[in-house]
Ligand binder design. Structure first.
Ligand SMILES: [Fe+2]
Length: 337
């Protein structure tokens, strides 16, 4: 790389991802300045690593949030302004509306995911594989076009051993599918929808009455196999319980509903993509910035003890290069005034 960066890959214990540092300096201000001098380097490193990049030592961004915003802009033409896209105001950074705050303390008060049942695997490990581990998704897949890249800063992460973020390499997972499965999912589309639409698997199983959806909330189809617009490589593009439409989906053209043929295929694919060999477990250190590509990875949050611990994380979302399949499309997710 031209900008004086040092890239170590893969991430520890994983088959993909990388850690990026500056060779001659430390800290967020130096990193952002160097990244802006060589604006191709970080996006290229992200692509070369299969879609997950860790930048340690970025804690100065917590005092200077504009540094996070400047770094985000290198990953695409549009950084989402959450004040303009209908996010609840308590979840948006008060001064920087491009920052979405994920926190268990007021005013955000977001609860952590539940513990898996049982909490550990038979081997005493952190469960990562679906369906033991739940919550796997790719950000905002209920939008067309969907976003490209998310940046997640550990402002105040919880101590290691809980509150991890899990990542799955959907490119490697696709490549490892049996040929018959690849043929079966060729051209297949999933139907994605936000969890507030009450079309989650658990909602449909519980017999909840679906509410009428406004145009910008409607389920959106997405290719199950997505060609990455930068690398050209195919990757599985899926979510599970909370972000697929379990009334009309999860797949177009297959028997719908939470117990049908489509459900069986989704369970099979989700269990495959989250096999431990495709997963990286990120244990947070304050100041870690983890950047992921939603076009070729899935992720999931894990439980932490929200009664005793504070957790404050900041996220930005970058879009603008979803690939030719979305060319020229209006944004499905903007409410028409
Ligand atoms: Fe997410």
């Amino acid at each position: 790389m031209s900008g004086g960066f040092d890239l170590v890959r893969p991430l520890p214990g994983a088959g993909f991802g990388g850690i990026l540092r500056l060779q001659d300096a430390a800290g967020a201000a130096a990193m952002v300045a160097a990244a802006e001098r060589a604006p191709e380097d970080l996006p290229r490193a992200l692509a070369a690593c299969g879609g997950v990049l860790l930048l340690p030592g970025m804690q100065a961004m917590a005092e200077r949030p504009e540094l996070l915003l400047r770094l985000s802009r290198l990953f695409g033409p549009e950084v989402e302004n959450y004040r303009e896209t209908g996010m609840a105001p308590n979840m948006v950074h008060p001064e920087v509306p491009e920052i979405f705050v994920v926190s268990n303390i007021p005013p955000v008060l977001r609860a952590p995911p539940p513990l898996p049942e049982p909490p550990l695997t038979a081997e005493g490990r952190l469960p990562v594989q679906y369906p033991h581990r739940r919550g796997w998704h790719t950000d905002q897949s209920y939008r067309r076009p969907p976003p490209d890249v998310s940046l997640f800063l550990g402002v105040e992460p919880v101590p290691q051993g809980q509150g991890q973020t899990l990542f799955a390499d959907a490119t490697a997972a696709y490549a490892a599918l049996p040929e018959a499965t690849k043929r079966r999912i060729e051209g297949l589309e999933g139907l994605h929808v936000g969890s507030s639409a009450k079309r989650r698997r658990q909602d449909v199983l519980a017999g909840e009455t679906p509410r009428p959806l406004r145009p910008h909330e409607r389920p959106q189809r997405q290719p199950v196999v997505r060609l990455h617009p930068v690398t050209g490589r195919p990757a599985l593009y899926l979510c599970e319980y909370g972000q697929m439409d379990w009334l009309e989906g999860p797949f177009l053209g297959l028997e719908p509903g939470p117990t049908g043929e489509g459900a069986a295929l989704l369970d099979e694919l989700m269990a495959h993509v989250t096999r431990p060999e495709f997963v990286y477990v990120h244990e947070w250190t304050p100041g870690d910035l983890v950047i992921w590509d939603n076009r070729c990875t899935l992720h999931a949050a894990t439980w932490f003890d929200a009664e005793r611990l504070r957790r404050v994380m900041w996220r930005t979302t970058v879009s603008g290069n979803p690939g030719p399949a979305y060319a020229g499309e209006a944004r499905s997710w903007l409410a028409v005034a």
